[in-house]
Design a protein around this ligand. Structure first.
Ligand SMILES: [Zn+2]
Length: 363
């Protein structure tokens, strides 16, 4: 990927906002300056590098996340952004610990797995049980408690786009637990993975026992499914040390360029500074943080002062709690009515394809 692709979107944010003006012509020259600066700028890339290579993953409750918060606030001040603050946010703390999954019968094979965020762990000796494999919730319900009780349910749901498929990761554990399952293994929610499991959050329902849940690779889920459909007895073993600890202190990071005409009106843009604990959280969402932050920084470095206040916010704890977003709403108080636009980037930093837009009151 070319570096400049990452940040091509930044000036467009400003252009989109300005499209509401009756005439765009007065902005053309300024917009061109911003675009030109963004296309040759490498400051956003440097920020992304720092997040990924110097800090690493930023799971809520980790020291790394708080280092990222401290570093970002310090950099914003050094760059001359105004009103830099780090309002405190209490965040949940989930720890993965050691984990593994094996197929024990009909042959022994290690499965490529990742515990799902928020999952409970297994007993120290693990859970060893016969697997039942389903492709959807209807198949699970049809099996019923008689055939699910005491088993490990393997969800081998085909990929039907993220929104439709993610239900198996978020709800699969509780749906299976209601029928007496001891654990679930969920096919990774992705169209292709080259035997790489994908993590993400699960949501336990209040009316079901909490059972351990892990993602396995697409290939492993398909293999277990093939074996089960041949009528073979498939036994799996799951060991997870996952646990939830006491909540910890974190913070949102906020910096601004105060508006020159309507400083009380706010355009906020940003990404989430936390990440999952595997990988470096580059796409999800250091890139969103870096792009939004650098867009504001470019406006600043060009000596421009927009009519309204331009605010960058790096929200904490999006992945497993959304506490940063909620805390921002509280922190903003009545000023939320004077937010004229809120722009979030959390879709990965690939070539820009467009923006999603929600307009309050629009039908
Ligand atoms: Zn994200």
């Amino acid at each position: 990927m070319q570096r400049r692709d990452l940040f091509r979107g930044a000036p467009l944010l400003l252009m989109a906002r300005r499209a509401r003006a009756s005439s765009l012509s007065g902005y053309e020259q300024t917009a061109r300056r911003i675009i030109d600066a963004a296309l040759t700028d490498s400051g956003g890339w440097a920020k992304l590098e720092y997040f990924c290579d110097r800090i690493g993953h930023r799971l809520s409750g980790s020291k790394a996340l708080e280092r990222a918060v401290e570093w970002a606030a310090g950099e914003m001040r050094r760059e001359g952004l105004e009103n830099v603050v780090t309002p405190a946010v209490q965040v949940p703390v989930w720890v993965r610990g050691a984990e593994s999954a094996w197929m024990m019968e009909p042959r022994e094979a290690r499965l490529a797995m990742l515990g799902l965020g928020g999952s409970v762990g297994t007993p120290a000796e693990g859970i060893t049980a016969e697997a039942v494999c389903v492709e959807n919730f209807e198949e699970l319900e049809k099996l019923g408690a008689d055939r699910v009780r005491g088993r490990v349910v393997v969800f081998n749901q085909p990929w039907r786009g993220y929104r439709d498929t993610v239900a198996y990761r978020s709800q699969g554990a509780s749906r299976a637990a209601r029928l007496g399952a001891r654990a679930v293994l969920v096919r990774s929610v992705t169209p292709a993975g080259l035997r790489t499991p994908h993590t993400g959050a699960l949501n336990y329902s209040a009316d079901a026992p909490k059972i351990p849940a892990a993602a396995i690779s697409i290939e492993d889920a398909m293999m277990i499914d093939r074996l089960c459909r041949q009528g073979l007895r498939v036994v799996v073993k799951l060991q997870m040390e996952a646990r939830t600890l006491e909540e910890a202190a974190s913070a949102n990071v906020i910096g601004e360029i105060a508006g020159r005409e309507k400083p009380e009106e706010i355009v906020v843009m940003g990404g989430h500074i936390d990440s999952w604990d595997v990988g470096q959280g580059a796409h999800d969402d250091a890139s969103g943080c870096a792009a939004a932050w650098q867009a504001v920084q470019i406006v600043k470095s060009l000596g421009l002062r927009p009519r309204r206040t331009l605010r960058v916010c790096l929200w904490t704890n999006e992945e497993n709690g959304l506490r940063g977003g909620r805390a921002y709403r509280e922190w903003a108080g009545d000023s939320v009515r004077r937010h004229v636009a809120a722009i979030e980037m959390d879709g990965g930093a690939e070539k820009l394809r467009g923006f999603g837009l929600t307009i309050q009151g629009a039908s």
